[in-house]
Design a protein around this ligand. Structure first.
Ligand SMILES: [Zn+2]
Ligand SMILES: [Zn+2]
Length: 545
């Protein structure tokens, strides 16, 4: 052993690096995750972990198994992990990120790198132009042609759009590191981002561009101009950096934020240091980012805001597939400043997860009553996410539903049914006297399952007649209703509920995604049920009183 033993931060850093490379090497997500968890743990351990390792006590730390312990011992004894060094020799994160960006599998890309002895985009381009790609086993004329074309074209779109809960933190962390502003699709709260951008004001662009290139999140820069660069993350997600002259910051921000259709419709953009100045010079009212979609020019109304929301009406607990107890969910909601929270656990016919029957719902009612005594004046509502069965009947008897404060009705299985089947199923469910709100109406799972075929117009018409509500579900992979459907619902006169469908106390934080999606659909506080005080919510629990 040379030098002092590595401190906890250094050990954690090495384990993180190991986890990232294991992931790139295709070791399976479980192994990488175990190393990341160990790294987090070691970082937050107050005692020097190197000593524990020396004394053979590393396993006393939770989550450290024999595999990780062996590496820790190696690291403490020799100052390095041999396998990590090997992986670092073999795997170029730049190539992995590029592969994902170009639509070539990481495995294939790393093989190309190994065979050709290249580690960067520059070297890869050179080798490709020299016609050496075909030296790689498995790369035939077809793949070579494709690779050459993609290398020349430099596609901008992410191979797979990034969900909002990942896209926003990603641009925000980069913006913060560079002292800039997050832009692109995430600034408009687009459900799945294709275009991520950061705009920085800079007299001198070079230092900013260099800082950008050196960020840990950016593994390759595929385009570089005097005031612009396109970087790629290890996941292959492209991020555009714009280093704007300070007097043009507003101009570049408007350009980097709006959809291409929206920006195009504005015509030539005037120069201004801030966005307000751009709109003033254009002679049109300021438009919040969420509404900067195809050609919106009107005077926006005051949109719903997170602070308007007084409660969450769709959450789960350990009674079904949630992680927190009734009381813990209530406490977390109260800490968020809410006045009320509806506990809406699943019912039995969902099948895939545990659900409550009539008896379960009633027993849960007692626990909710107890929790309410401890949480008053905050109120937990007795609710359900009642499954809509295949025949359109509800999965709880009417007398139980009638006791509840809030009934979310949801279609789960059978999302691939025909338009006729699904519409009939939902409309039949709405015949019940005891429905408050229709949950995640299109059943979509972004990047996994397309929206179902339900006739939303017919459903909205019925809900409007009944004075019942429809949900904007805030789970990042649902966001259902989506923006344009929120607009349709509002136009049909249907009240909106913004919900998180939280399965943990942390999940309550997704309210900002539900709110943003409602804003993209033009929703105001008046359009939304859970901006109202509790008595008003209860008064309309089964439709317009
Ligand atoms: Zn559901
Ligand atoms: Zn749910």
């Amino acid at each position: 052993m040379t030098g002092p033993p590595p401190d906890n931060a250094e050990i954690a850093r090495q384990l993180d690096a190991f986890a990232s490379l294991l992931e790139l090497a295709g070791a399976g997500p479980y192994t990488a995750r175990a190393y990341r968890r160990a790294s987090d743990l070691i970082r937050s351990t107050p005692a020097p972990v190197a000593e524990l390792v020396r004394e053979g006590r590393a396993r006393e730390l939770r989550g450290i198994g024999p595999g990780i312990e062996r590496r820790l011992r190696e690291l403490v004894e020799t100052g390095e992990i041999e396998e990590l060094k090997e992986l670092q020799r073999e795997i170029s994160p730049e190539l992995a990120g590029l592969g994902r960006f170009l639509g070539v599998s990481v495995k294939r890309m790393l093989e190309i790198g190994r065979v050709l002895g290249v580690r960067s985009l520059e070297e890869l381009r050179e080798a490709a132009h020299e016609g050496r790609l075909r030296e790689v086993p498995g790369v035939g004329p077809e793949t070579e042609r494709k690779l050459l074309a993609t290398l020349a074209r430099e596609p901008r779109a992410a191979p797979r759009p990034l969900l909002l809960h990942r896209s926003r933190p990603l641009v925000e962390v980069i913006a913060e590191a560079l002292g800039g502003i997050a832009a692109g699709d995430p600034r408009r709260w687009v459900d799945a981002s294709h275009r991520l951008a950061v705009v920085v004001a800079a007299e001198q662009p070079e230092p900013v561009l260099e800082e950008f290139e050196a960020l840990p999140q950016i593994v390759a820069v595929v385009e570089r101009e005097p005031r612009r660069a396109l970087g790629v993350t290890v996941e292959g997600v492209p991020i555009e950096l714009v280093a704007a002259e300070p007097r043009r910051l507003g101009t570049e921000l408007v350009r980097a934020t709006g959809s291409p259709e929206y920006v195009g419709a504005l015509g030539p953009l005037p120069e201004a240091p801030d966005e307000e100045g751009v709109y003033r010079a254009l002679g049109i009212p300021f438009v919040p980012p969420e509404l900067r979609e195809s050609g919106f020019r009107g005077e926006p109304s005051r949109l719903l805001e997170l602070a308007d929301v007084r409660g969450d009406l769709h959450t789960h607990t350990t009674w079904s597939d949630g992680k927190a107890s009734v009381y813990e969910m209530g406490l977390a909601a109260r800490e968020r400043g809410y006045d009320y929270l509806a506990i809406c656990d699943h019912t039995v016919s969902v099948g895939a997860v545990p659900g409550l029957d009539a008896d379960g719902v009633r027993r849960q009612g007692e626990e909710i009553a107890d929790a309410n005594e401890r949480l008053a004046p905050f109120r937990l509502l007795r609710g359900t996410e009642c499954d809509i069965r295949r025949d359109g009947s509800l999965d709880l008897p009417e007398d139980v539903l009638a006791e509840l404060d809030w009934v979310q009705a949801s279609v789960h299985g059978g999302q691939r049914g025909s338009r006729e089947e699904l519409t009939k199923r939902v409309l039949t469910a709405l015949e019940s006297s005891y429905v408050s709100c229709l949950s995640h109406p299109t059943g979509r799972l972004i990047n996994h399952r397309p929206p179902n075929a339900v006739d939303l117009e017919a459903v909205f018409t019925r809900l409007a007649e009944q004075g019942r509500a429809v949900e904007v579900n805030g789970l990042p992979n649902r966001l259902d209703l989506r923006d344009e459907h929120v607009r349709l619902a509002r136009e049909a006169g249907v009240a909106i509920v913004v919900n998180t469908d939280a399965h943990s106390t942390r999940g309550l934080g997704n309210m900002e995604l539900a709110v943003a999606t409602a804003r993209r659909g033009g929703a105001t506080a008046e359009d939304v049920v859970n901006t109202r005080p509790l008595d008003e919510v209860l008064a309309r629990r089964f439709g317009r009183p």
